[in-house]
Design a protein around this ligand. Structure first.
Ligand SMILES: NC(=O)c1ccc[n+]([C@@H]2O[C@H](COP(=O)([O-])OP(=O)(O)OC[C@H]3O[C@@H](n4cnc5c(N)ncnc54)[C@H](O)[C@@H]3O)[C@@H](O)[C@H]2O)c1
Length: 342
């Protein structure tokens, strides 16, 4: 049997634990997996592009467990009543190839993306960082805010979105949780006093939602919205203001903000900062830039975390996903047992 977490159980499980507790626990799993980065199979995700958006498969394996996520990215979806990003994913036992765990990943992707951002910021942002600006107040925004509150103690948020209703929704969701939100009149106003800037907009184009003069010394930039060929958020000049950190360099060269830069533009894979192999922030005035696109190992960590956390609880159910004949060579016998006898 395969354990399965559907949307209802995912939502009930997160609510029962508290979103910030879930994010904090997930950061632990992410750090564990990023620290053993070299043990994983890694390839850039497999993308199918159309004029409407992209559908991607994101596989990885640590040679004990295999995992993959199916995810889409359709920036025009909300205008048609659909979400920009939806996903599901699974884990399998490498020893026999059987799927062991299947889960919704629309909510889980938002959690793992926010947990990854916070894990990285905890290493790269100034330790005295207190204010975060968020540009983009869609599905990811609240999860980002709560992860930065849980991991870095950020309580002061300013937000800018071209859609005023999205900003109101964001403030309405996070203010009751103890965060203080200022709704800004522009991106420039939002980032004015920010120690950390998170960009999480969706547009299937090379957008410029932030320009270089708006990025002050000492800022940590958490850029998660530019994650597809031809889809970026930052003015290219910003990438020359400081040091750029990525998840998996071969994938980020294709999809990240650095697609705007020459192929030899220097970047650091974040796992090397985590293990101490490469420096992260080296001075209070340094600008640090996390050019995030989302990588399969983070989904693997998220799935592993949920699988372990819901084991033996009511939040997962068994599903009959794999045909299991008594004689492993007699698959047809399963069908024959139900066929009318002539
Ligand atoms: N790096 C990762 O791991 C990762 C993971 C998940 C999603 N993403 C990306 O993050 C982005 C946001 O995802 P989402 O699910 O929140 O999307 P969403 O469509 O729910 O929200 C995006 C928001 O951006 C706003 N926006 C668009 N253009 C803007 C602009 N120029 N200035 C200000 N606001 C603008 C929209 O009004 C909308 O409210 C998407 O591009 C998605 O692909 C990245």
């Amino acid at each position: 049997m395969t354990r399965f977490v559907d949307v209802g159980n995912m939502i009930r499980w997160v609510a029962s634990q508290g979103t910030e507790n879930v994010l904090a626990g997930m950061i632990g799993y992410l750090e564990n997996d990023f620290a053993r980065w070299e043990t994983f199979d890694k390839i850039p995700r497999i993308a199918s592009h159309t004029p409407f958006g992209v559908i991607e498969l994101m596989p990885t394996s640590d040679h004990e467990t295999y995992g993959f996520k199916y995810v889409n990215g359709h920036p025009s979806n909300p205008a048609r009543g659909f979400q920009t990003v939806t996903a599901f994913g699974m884990l399998a036992d490498v020893h026999n190839g059987y799927p062991t765990f299947l889960s919704e990943m629309t909510v889980l992707t938002a959690l793992r993306t926010a947990a990854t951002s916070a894990m990285v910021a905890r290493k790269l942002a100034r330790p005295d960082a207190r204010r975060m600006a968020l540009i983009g107040a869609g599905s990811q925004a609240e999860f980002q805010a709560l992860a930065f509150h849980a991991a870095l103690g950020i309580t002061e948020l300013s937000v800018w979105d071209t859609d005023p209703a999205a900003m109101e929704k964001f403030a309405g969701n996070v203010e009751p949780l103890g965060l203080h939100v200022t709704i800004a009149a522009s991106a420039a106003a939002a980032v004015q006093d920010a120690d950390i800037i998170t960009t999480c907009t969706a547009d299937k184009t090379k957008a410029t939602i932030l320009t270089a003069e708006l990025v002050k010394p000492g800022v940590h930039l958490n850029a998660i919205g530019g994650d597809c060929p031809g889809k970026t958020e930052l003015a290219a000049e910003i990438l020359t203001l400081g040091d750029v950190f990525v998840e998996y360099e071969p994938q980020t060269r294709i999809e990240g903000e650095i697609q705007q830069m020459p192929a030899d533009f220097p970047v650091t894979e974040f796992w090397q900062v985590l293990t101490g192999a490469r420096p992260g922030r080296t001075s209070p005035s340094q600008v640090t830039i996390f050019d995030s696109v989302g990588f399969a190992i983070a989904d693997f960590s998220g799935l592993r975390y949920v699988r372990d956390a819901v084991a033996g609880t009511e939040f997962a159910v068994d599903i009959d996903l794999v045909a299991n004949p008594e004689d492993p060579k007699n698959l047809f016998g399963l069908v024959a047992a139900f066929s009318p006898v002539h």
